[in-house]
Design a protein around this ligand. Structure first.
Ligand code: 3HC
Ligand code: NAI
Length: 694
């Protein structure tokens, strides 16, 4: 018997427990062990039913992703599943934690499924650029009907046990997996329940067979946001086979689709991103055994754009917040915006109707910094000037309780300089959230030279608790995200001086897969913000300045780089902007030239990659993957392109270097290649081969 599987005989019930930490993934050993134990139990005359359950924190969380791309080892998962489904005695999957991917597919091959209250069940393969490859697309529609199956398979999000029960995916909610599974098995035997083989049950797909629009409408709704991705469409096709084809044929077509995606560039990039996100949890320089400080109560300073969004993220996770402003009026305004935001989400059905009131009740809005006293973590989100930040942190030193972690949400400022205004610089760090902070998942955790390791991991753990993706970064102007983004922002502006139009630049980037281009983004944020800051610093940017002088501040004034119909957020290219650009260029004595889409992409992307190389060189980011995670979750970089550093490896670093050198000759030193880029190319290596010196 394989040691990852334990088979116990409790008189007529065989309890088969998978024990393969951390997540009981279906490695070859697990597949083989399950098959062998099932076969043993079936031939044992004393055994009348089998319970399949897992030890540790979760039921089987899927195929073992680390085996993908390697030669496959027997037994194939589908063979294990047909042995289960064909068993003459009932097999019951007793689920706790998460039954995901191949794990749920295995449960679907069982004759009955039961789960604990907190369990979640899902087929998240699309998130790895795949489709379920072990019958999930054929059995799930037969279990829950095609509409929910499409939602789960094409969307990839798991459903809670209560929803699974309501929709017939599980039979019962149980207390504990092993005992609950066994009790349910005894009930099945006592009631002589017939075995339910989903393969043979077409009752739930009959309606969609008669009226295919039930299926196509569900697919249309779920693929609305799948621009550029291959897997959701292929997964939807596979669910269609369940409706159109006999089970075995559907299974065969599903397998073909799965194998095709497995070798696709998109899936490779998405699997890379999965592991990059997990590697980002590993933080250098934190002594083993360092414990996170307990965080039960949080205070946030500033109820503006960011403070409000951050407070919402905490309340969404059920964590109470004290939200602090210097005056009643700003506080009222901030509280009102949060309430309206939640109410709008509730009206769309995104959260329950009573959620806005419940979440508002977790936010205690108060005036005066002296109210930070009971907070374990204080996050400052006040105006972005060093003087204001230092003033605030000086007061925090006076009012925050000893041991509280003191975080700044600054976008650019030096955390260590801010820390100097306190007597506890070891408690100070950056927690840089992205706008809108209640939606965007990235949190750059900025580590100063004096930040204590336990303060650092407290910030990391807390951001994970509120469903953010933390990436630890070092100290520099703009940290990783803004420092890199500004490189492309600079080029976007310059491209207009060459002859490109905002809509051309934006179109190149959205075609690449970014959610929006820099000019649409600037119209959204307000073009006046950059204009005021330039004026403040005595800097000119003639075209952008002329735009603002013409009152084109963006969406809020109905016109900016684009024009907007009343009440609409859809950007419409405006000939007036082209005229404005031409007039400005004529005034400066510059001639427009045709700029190709290829040039735009190179000039927007290569400086980002180059800056990423410098960031690695300087140790500001620990790994290329950390930079990629920053872009995936901070700026909506298309996951099927992995991230800028992964993308650079795919297009080839030598090509990037050659182009940077060419641009350096024509455009100057802003295109000077990073030393690391030069070194990697000279040594025939990639970013993927890079690791920080020990
Ligand atoms: N295969 C291999 N390793 C896996 C894995 C998997 N399916 N799922 C998680 N791991 C590893 C992680 O890499 C991590 O390793 P590390 O400790 O060395 O970094 C460890 O398990 C713990 O993972 P998390 O840090 O993510 O732990 P959480 O508790 O936060 O989350 C989870 C647990 C919800 C199970 C999450 O890991 C997850 O979503 N896993 C992926 C699930 C998935 O996509 N399943 C489908 C796989 S494809 C498939 O099944 C194909 C089939 O249709 C044929
Ligand atoms: P904002 O102007 O919307 O809000 C700032 C709030 O702080 C105001 O409500 C103000 O009344 C309040 N405030 C000022 N002094 C205070 C004090 N002493 N105590 C308590 N509250 C005080 O600004 P926004 O955009 O929310 O930015 C806040 C911080 O977040 C800045 O450091 C900014 O750089 C950073 N940031 C901003 C992002 C954005 O997209 N807006 C993104 C990421 C970070």
């Amino acid at each position: 018997m394989d040691k990852v599987i334990k088979l116990e005989r409790h008189d007529m019930i065989a309890v088969l427990t998978v024990n393969s930490p951390p997540v009981n993934a279906l490695s070859a050993a697990v597949r083989g062990g399950i098959l062998e134990c099932i076969k043993d139990a079936i031939v044992d005359p004393a055994i009348k039913a089998i319970v399949l359950t897992c030890a540790g924190r979760t039921f089987i969380a899927g195929a073992d992703i680390t085996e993908f791309g390697k030669p496959s080892k027997p037994p194939a998962l589908n063979d294990v599943l047909s042995e289960i489904e064909n068993s003459p005695m009932p097999i019951i999957a007793a689920i706790h934690g998460t039954a995901l991917g191949g794990g749920l597919e295995l449960a679907l091959a069982c004759h009955f499924r039961v789960a604990t209250k907190e369990a979640k069940l899902g087929l998240p393969e699309v998130k790895l650029g795949l489709l379920p490859g072990a019958g999930g697309t054929q059995r799930l529609p037969r279990a829950v009907g095609p509409e929910l199956a499409v939602k789960m398979i094409v969307g990839g999000d798991p459903i809670p046990a209560a929803e699974a029960l309501k929709n017939g995916l599980i039979e019962e909610i149980i207390e504990g997996p092993a005992a609950g599974g066994e009790a349910f098995a005894r009930k099945v035997l006592a009631e002589k329940r017939p075995l339910r083989r989903l393969r043979d049950d077409e009752s739930k797909i009959a309606a969609a067979k008669a009226d295919r629009s039930i299926f196509t409408n569900a697919v249309a709704a779920m693929t609305k946001k799948s621009r550029g991705l291959e897997a959701p469409f292929a997964a939807a096709d596979a669910v269609g086979y369940a409706i159109d084809l006999p089970f075995d044929e559907g299974l065969k077509k599903e397998r073909e689709g799965f194998l095709k995606l497995l070798t696709s560039d998109q899936s490779k990039a998405q699997r890379y991103a999965f592991f990059a996100e997990r590697k980002a949890h590993k933080i250098a320089g934190v002594p083993e055994g360092t414990k996170s400080r307990p965080v039960e109560r949080v205070a946030i300073l500033g109820a503006g754009t960011m403070g409000g969004g951050i407070a919402m993220s905490f309340a969404n996770a059920g964590i109470p917040v004290t939200l602090i402003e210097p005056g009643e009026e700003q506080l009222k305004r901030g509280m009102g915006i949060m309430q309206k935001n939640w109410e709008a989400t509730a009206a769309r059905g995104g959260i329950p109707a009573d959620a806005p009131a419940k979440r508002m009740a977790l936010i205690n809005g108060v005036v005066g910094i002296e109210n930070v006293g009971n907070a374990d973590l204080v996050i400052e989100a006040v105006f972005e000037t060093m003087a204001v930040k230092k003033g605030v942190f000086g007061k925090l030193d006076q009012f925050a309780k000893p041991g509280a972690v003191l975080a700044s949400n600054t976008s650019y400022l030096n955390i260590d300089e801010i820390a100097k205004s306190t007597n506890r610089p070891h408690d100070v760090l950056g927690m840089h959230f992205f706008s809108p902070a209640n939606i965007m998942k990235l949190c750059e955790i900025v580590r100063g030279p004096r930040t204590a390791p336990d303060a650092l991991i407290t910030a990391v753990a807390t951001s994970r608790q509120i469903a953010k993706v933390p990436v630890v970064v070092g100290l520099c102007d703009g940290f990783v995200a803004n420092r890199m983004y500004d490189q492309s922002g600079k080029q976007a502006g310059k491209l207009l001086f060459e002859g490109a139009l905002p809509q051309q630049v934006d179109a190149v980037l959205t075609k690449f897969g970014m959610p929006m281009g820099p000019f649409v983004m600037s119209d959204l944020a307000g073009n006046d913000i950059g204009w005021l800051s330039r004026k403040d610093r005595g800097i000119k940017s003639e075209i952008a300045d002329a735009l603002c002088e013409a009152g084109r501040f963006g969406q809020k004034t109905g016109k900016g780089w684009y024009r907007y119909e009343a009440g609409s957020r859809t950007p419409i290219p405006d000939p007036a902007v082209e005229t404005l650009i031409e007039q400005t260029l004529a005034r400066l004595g510059r001639k427009r030239r045709a700029v190709s889409d290829e040039e735009i992409l190179e000039r927007m992307m290569y400086p980002i990659i180059n800056e990423g190389a410098r960031i690695l060189e300087q140790g500001i980011a620990a790994r290329p993957g950390d930079i990629d995670v920053v872009w995936l979750y901070g700026f909506g970089w298309p996951i099927y392109r992995g991230g800028p550093m992964y993308y650079a490896d795919q297009i080839g670093l030598d090509g990037v270097l050659t182009k940077m050198r060419e641009l350096q000759v024509t455009m100057g030193d802003e295109f000077k290649p990073a030393a690391l880029l030069e070194t990697l190319v000279a040594e025939g290596r990639k970013f993927a081969d890079f690791s920080q010196p020990a």
